[in-house]
Design a protein around this ligand. Sequence first.
Ligand SMILES: [Zn+2]
Length: 53
Amino acid sequence: MPITLDPEKLAIVMRHRFQYKICRECGARNPPDAEKCRRCRSRNLRPKKFKKK
Ligand SMILES: [Zn+2]
C-alpha cells in the first residue's frame, strides 16, 4: 500500500495536530473549536498554536 505525501493533506494534518486549546484549569487538551473543557467544563481555555521558527 503506497503512501502518497500530498502537501495539502500534510498541511491539514499539521494544522490539526498543532492547533488545539489547553484548559487553564486542568490542563486538558481540547479540540480547536471547543468552547468548554471536556474534562472540567471550564470555559477558561487558551489556544495553543504551533509556530515555525
Ligand atoms: Zn479543564
